[in-house]
Design a protein around this ligand. Structure first.
Ligand SMILES: Cc1cc2nc3c(=O)[nH]c(=O)nc-3n(C[C@H](O)[C@H](O)[C@H](O)COP(=O)(O)OP(=O)(O)OC[C@H]3O[C@@H](n4cnc5c(N)ncnc54)[C@H](O)[C@@H]3O)c2cc1C
Ligand code: SF4
Length: 523
C-alpha cells in the first residue's frame, strides 16, 4: 500500500488548470500535469482499503490501489501495465472522465478529500507514451475469423483492439473522416488534443486492425453485404439522434443542434493542427459564434463544450440555460450519500472562462417557450415588409421544479440570441442500420441485448452508447472490452479447433465488474 497514515499528513492536491483568461485565447489543453514527485506523494495517500470502493466505482474496474502504490514507489513502468490490464485508452479517461472512482474513494467520506486517482492515471499513461513504453501488441496467433466493427468511437476502438489481440481479422468502419467518435468530433481539443486520439488509431492500425474511414455502413456497404463478408458484427454506432426542442420559431435560421457546431469547430481546429485524417473531410458548414450573442440550451458536458468553443471564437455574450433546478453546492447526503455519484453543483471549465471574461452566465430552472426573428420591417409606402427568418430573441420563463417542467406564469423574459445551440442530450442510436439488420430494440430505441452485448440477430453484437444509451467514455471502453469477450466466445464456438480467447483476464465476466455508478453520471 501507499505510505501508512499518509492521508493524515499529506493534503489532497486537485488537478491544476491553466488560468481561465489565458486558456480561453487558444485551443491547447488546459489541464496542467503536476511534477511526478508530487504525484507520488498523492499516490502515497491511498490506504489500499480492504474494500476499495474506488475499484467498484470505476466502470472499468481499474486496479486503482495497485497503481497508486506503484506510483508511490516510483514504479511507473509497472503501473502502466496494471492500467492497461483493464483500460485500453487511459489517456482518454485520465483527461475526460468525471471520475466516479474519486466520488466513491473511501477518503471522500470527508467530502473533497479523495485520492486524486484520475490525475495519477493520466500521468502514468502520458509518461508511458513519452518513454516509448506503449507499442503495438501483435496477436499470438491468427484465428482465421473475421469481425466488422461499425463505428470507431471509444467503444468500437476498444472492441477492435481486444478482438485483434485475440487473433481475429478486424475491420473497423467509420463514417467520419477520422476515428474517435465523440472524443474526436464532440469533445474539443482543449480537453483532449486530437493528436492523442490519432496516436491510438495508429496503434490499432499497427496491430493489424483495418481502419476504414469515410464508410457509412448501411449506405456505402449494405447490411446484407456486411453479414456475408464477416463472421460477426459489432454495432458501436453511438447514440446520435439529438433531442429537439419543438417550440414555435424552432425553424428560424441560426438554431442548430450542438453537434453541428462542434463538428465544425473540431474540423476547423484539425486544419490548424494538421492532425491527419483517414479520409477526405467534408467542407465546413461555416457555423461560427464570433461576435454573436450565443445561447446554449442544456447544462451538461455537450453544452459546456459549446460554451468553451464560443468564448474562444470571441462571442459577444454566452448564456447557458438548464431546465432543471440548480443543484446544491455540497453533496446532498440525504439524496446521494457517499459512495454514490453526488448530484451537486459543479462549475464547468467553460463557464469559469465566461465568468472570468464577464461575458455571460449560466441559469437554472429556465424553460424556452419560443423563438422569434426581427419584427417585420415596414415596406415602401408603409406596406408591411418581410419578417426576418433569422433568430433574434429567445423567449423563456422560469420552469416548475419537477417534470414536466412547465413555465411558471408571470416569470417570462427574453434573451438576445443570434446563435442558439441545442445541447439537450441524445435519444438513441440512428435507427436505419439497426432496422436493416433486423436488430430488436429496447423501449428507448437502443440496440437490445438479449444476452450480454448480444443482439437478437445471430452473430450481431452491440456495445457503447448504441446499446446503453448516451453515457460516458469510461462506459464505452468497458462495453467495447466486454462485447469483444462475447464475440470471441461466439467465434470460438464456431470453430472450436482454432485457438482463441486471448482477451485479457480482467474481462473474464461478460457483464464486467459490478458498479453502482449508472444513473446520473452522464455527459
Ligand atoms: C460534446 C460531448 C462531450 C462529451 N464529453 C464527455 C466527457 O468529457 N467525458 C465523458 O466521459 N463523456 C463525454 N461525452 C460522452 C462520450 O463522448 C460518449 O459517451 C462516448 O463517446 C460514446 O462512445 P461510443 O463509442 O459508444 O459512441 P460514439 O463516440 O458516438 O462513436 C460512434 C461512432 O460510430 C460512427 N457511426 C455511426 N453510424 C455509423 C455507420 N452507419 N457507419 C459507420 N460509422 C458509423 C459515428 O460516426 C461515431 O464515430 C461527451 C459527449 C458529447 C456529445
Ligand atoms: S478507496 Fe481511495 S483510499 Fe481506498 S484503495 Fe481506493 S483510492 Fe485508495
Amino acid at each position: 500500500m501507499g505510505e501508512l497514515g499518509a492521508f493524515l499528513k499529506i493534503e489532497r492536491v486537485g488537478v491544476p488548470y491553466r488560468d481561465p483568461s489565458e486558456r480561453a485565447g487558444d485551443y491547447e489543453e488546459f489541464v496542467i500535469r503536476r511534477p511526478d514527485p508530487e504525484l507520488s506523494a498523492q499516490g502515497a495517500r491511498c490506504m489500499e482499503c480492504g474494500v476499495p470502493f474506488c475499484h467498484n466505482g470505476c466502470p472499468l474496474g481499474n486496479l486503482i490501489p495497485d497503481w497508486n502504490d506503484l506510483v508511490y514507489r516510483d514504479r511507473w513502468r509497472d503501473a502502466i501495465v496494471q492500467l492497461h490490464a483493464t483500460n485500453n485508452f487511459p489517456e482518454f479517461t485520465g483527461r475526460l472522465c468525471p471520475a466516479p472512482c474519486e466520488a466513491s474513494c473511501v477518503l471522500e467520506i470527508r467530502e473533497g478529500d479523495a485520492v486524486t486517482i484520475k490525475q495519477i492515471e493520466n500521468a502514468i499513461v502520458d509518461r508511458a507514451w513519452e518513454r516509448g513504453w506503449i507499442v503495438p501488441v501483435a496477436p499470438e496467433h491468427e484465428t482465421g475469423r473475421s469481425v466488422a466493427v461499425v463505428g470507431a468511437g471509444p467503444a468500437g476502438m476498444a472492441a477492435a483492439q481486444q478482438l485483434r489481440r485475440a487473433g481475429h481479422a478486424v475491420t473497423l468502419f467509420e463514417r467520419d473522416e477520422s476515428a474517435g467518435g465523440l472524443v474526436r468530433f464532440g469533445v474539443p481539443d482543449f480537453k483532449i488534443d486530437k493528436r492523442i486520439v490519432q496516436r491510438r488509431v495508429e496503434q490499432l492500425i499497427a496491430e493489424g486492425v483495418d481502419v476504414r474511414c469515410g464508410v457509412d455502413v448501411g449506405i456505402d456497404i449494405s447490411a446484407g453485404e456486411l453479414r456475408e463478408r464477416f463472421d460477426a458484427v459489432v454495432l458501436s454506432t453511438g447514440s446520435r439522434a439529438p433531442r429537439d426542442l419543438p417550440v414555435p420559431g424552432r425553424d428560424l435560421d441560426g438554431i442548430h443542434f450542438a453537434m453541428e457546431y462542434l463538428y465544425d469547430r473540431n474540423r476547423w481546429v484539425a486544419t490548424q493542427t494538421g492532425t491527419p485524417t483517414g479520409a477526405e473531410p467534408p467542407p465546413l458548414r461555416g457555423l461560427t459564434a464570433a461576435g454573436k450573442h450565443v445561447v446554449v440550451i442544456g447544462g451538461g458536458d455537450t453544452g459546456a463544450d459549446c460554451v468553451g468553443n464560443s468564448i474562444r471564437e470571441g462571442a459577444a455574450s454566452i448564456s447557458q440555460l438548464e431546465l432543471l433546478p440548480e443543484p446544491p453546492p455540497k453533496r446532498p447526503d440525504e439524496r446521494t450519500p457517499w459512495p454514490l455519484w453526488p448530484q451537486k453543483f459543479r462549475l464547468s471549465y467553460a463557464m469559469a472562462e465566461v465568468l472570468e471574461a464577464g461575458r455571460g452566465e449560466q441559469d437554472y430552472s429556465v424553460v424556452t417557450t419560443h423563438f422569434s426573428g426581427d419584427p417585420p420591417t415596414t415596406g415602401s409606402a408603409g406596406a408591411p415588409g418581410q419578417a426576418s427568418d433569422r433568430v433574434r430573441t429567445l423567449h423563456y420563463a422560469q420552469s416548475e421544479p419537477a417534470p414536466p417542467f412547465k413555465p411558471v406564469p408571470g416569470t417570462e423574459g427574453e434573451l438576445r440570441a443570434d446563435l442558439v445551440l441545442l445541447a439537450m442530450g441524445f435519444l438513441h442510436p440512428e435507427q436505419d442500420l439497426l432496422d436493416a439488420l433486423g436488430v430488436e430494440k429496447d423501449p428507448r430505441g437502443n440496440a437490445k441485448a438479449v444476452k450480454p452485448y448480444t443482439t437478437s440477430v445471430d452473430g450481431v453484437f452491440a456495445a457503447g452508447d448504441a446499446r446503453r444509451g448516451q453515457s460516458l467514455i469510461v462506459w464505452a471502453i468497458n462495453e467495447g472490452r466486454q462485447c469483444a469477450r462475447m464475440v470471441d466466445r461466439y467465434l470460438g464456438d464456431l470453430s472450436p479447433d482454432v485457438p482463441s480467447g486471448n482477451v485479457a483476464e480482467a474481462d473474464a465476466g461478460p457483464e464486467g465488474p459490478p458498479v453502482h455508478v449508472g444513473p446520473g453520471v452522464a455527459a
